[in-house]
Design a protein around this ligand. Sequence first.
Ligand SMILES: O=C(O)CCC(=O)C(=O)O
Ligand SMILES: [Fe+2]
Length: 192
Amino acid sequence: MELIALSLGLPARRFSSFFEDPTRSVRLNHYPPCPGPHLALGVGRHKDPGALTILAQDDVGGLEVKRKSDGEWVRIKPTPGAYIINVGDILQVWSNDVYESVEHRVTVNSEKERFSIPFFFSPPHYTMVRPLDELTNEQNPVKYRAYNLGKFLATRRQSNFKKLDVENIQISHFKVQELANELDGALSINKK
Ligand SMILES: O=C(O)CCC(=O)C(=O)O
Ligand SMILES: [Fe+2]
């Protein structure tokens, strides 16, 4: 987190106060071999809602990230002894979109079982997540409305990991522009 703060032009310890009472969790994922890998996903597409995810995985592979330029799913090759560090939604909001939370999913295969262990690192649930003051100004206005992390996670938990292409709660729902568009839509409906 200190390196990320420095990369944003902030003091190294800018994020420290958010992590005095952090929310940490570990998930133990087991993906058994699947007889119809083209018909199923191990984990449906999603963005991790926390600040950072540190993922340990075995050598089987299956994790894919969505490439922004063309929307293609790109496989992430496992590197022995290395962790995958994933930027989550909170960093996207704190940085006002300088960092982006990557959309990812997990495919399965018919031969080998796979294990992965993501560690999720976030501030406490009572945190109001909003773009940092130092990273916004008149030229670079705030892009997100503040949201309560605990409420966001509780809402997300009701729908995440359904293997369907469902839309669940996303930080984009807190985007100021999106809200403005909705308001615009509502006003023009009223005018009719
Ligand atoms: O198994 C993986 O590689 C990733 C799992 C994942 O995205 C998650 O648990 O949030
Ligand atoms: Fe994930």
